[in-house]
Design a protein around this ligand. Structure first.
Ligand SMILES: O=C(O)CCC(=O)C(=O)O
Ligand SMILES: [Fe+2]
Length: 348
């Protein structure tokens, strides 16, 4: 693997900067205690089958499964989620095609301003000698789609159509999940209805090129998502979640056509800590480029997520401050999550 390009089925283009990815400086490393174990234990992740969500006889079992997964790992995979395979494949293939574009097409979106609704970035911005996180990303707002889609990349030609279809489908699913999650908390299926309908959807499209020394770096540092919850689609295995009970990292097994659901910080707040946001990171591999598409669902830009008063009593006093997506963005522009700064800790 001389130039960092690999036998990936979707080879990444060789622009000058991306060629830099093949350079393996001695000092680009994540400090040893935080490095990924290349053969982590594959965790027994709960799989929730959503097929019967609208069947009155089955719904309560599914709600129970969602509740116990959210109280446990804060993470589960979903199957029969209603987003069809061609929509999943279309989104992933447009994402691969975007990252394969010549650098100048991507640079027009390059920005460090976290308040921009569309931005492209790479961990290489600090100079090749400091690379610890082997990732290139495109982030964009996605709801309401008509307000944002015109700002998305025009090329590849099918990007807006494919990513737009996926964004719309995954948002429909997110609204269904919202009803199930609030029901599982005992506060009823419509608790967040209006606020989620007017909420934000942010998509983070992550690209992790094959890495010559995956044991020395990470794709993304450990973090939890600010969202109420995140739905993740991945092209191959690489996501690791932290088991809160013993602090160990567990690889999430690949499951065909499944999507992953992460409990985010805002759901931890809503539930008064009954559900905890899952700490996760992205590991790397030597063989192929990995793409993940995270769809983060939250309330509106300035709508604060507050703890449900139904979940506060003498034994369970209110543990969290309310916060909005904008509060998170302000936190992000002032703090570096790679240095272990965590949004949820600012809310306790
Ligand atoms: O790539 C992954 O598996 C994780 C992505 C992620 O955690 C994020 O975009 O917030
Ligand atoms: Fe994340």
């Amino acid at each position: 693997m001389e130039d960092g390009d690999t036998s990936s089925s979707f080879p990444i283009g060789k622009s000058a900067q991306e060629k830099g990815l093949s350079y393996v400086p001695d000092c680009y490393v994540v400090p040893p205690p935080q490095r990924s174990n290349l053969t982590p234990e594959t965790t027994n992740v709960p799989v929730v089958d959503l097929a019967g969500l609208h069947d009155p006889g089955e719904r309560s079992h599914i709600i129970k499964d969602i509740g116990s997964a959210s109280r446990g790992l804060g993470f589960f995979q979903i199957i029969n989620h209603g987003v069809c395979q061609s929509v999943l494949d279309g989104a992933l293939s447009s994402a691969f095609d975007f990252f394969n574009l010549p650098m100048e097409k991507k640079l027009e979106f390059m920005s460090n301003d976290v308040h921009k609704p569309v931005r492209y970035g790479t961990s290489l911005k600090d100079g090749i000698d400091k690379v610890q996180f082997w990732r290139i990303f495109l982030k964009h707002y996605a709801h309401p789609l008509k307000d944002w889609v015109e700002l998305w990349p025009k090329s590849p030609a099918n990007y807006r159509e494919n990513m737009g279809k996926y964004a719309t489908e995954v948002r429909k699913l997110a609204l269904e999940l919202t009803t199930a999650i609030t029901e599982s908390l005992g506060i009823g299926p419509t608790y967040l209805n209006n606020k989620m309908e007017e909420g934000m959807q942010v998509m983070a499209i992550n690209c992790y090129p094959a890495c010559p020394k995956p044991e020395l770096a990470l794709g993304l540092p450990p973090h939890s998502d600010y969202s109420c919850f995140t739905i993740l689609l991945q092209s191959s295995q690489g996501l690791e979640i932290m088991d809160r009970n013993d602090g160990t990292w567990r690889a999430v097994p690949e499951l065909d056509s499944a999507l992953q659901v992460h409990v985010g910080d805002h759901l931890e707040v809503l539930s008064n800590g009954l559900y905890k946001s899952v700490v996760h990171r992205a590991a790397l591999n030597t063989e192929k480029t990995r793409i993940s598409i995270a769809s983060l669902h939250s309330l509106g830009m300035d709508e604060k997520m507050e703890t449900a008063k139904e979940l506060i009593d003498e034994q369970h006093p209110k543990n969290y401050k309310g916060s909005s997506f904008r509060d998170f963005l302000n936190f992000l522009s002032a703090n570096d999550i790679a240095e272990g700064k965590s949004f949820i800790q600012t809310l306790n």
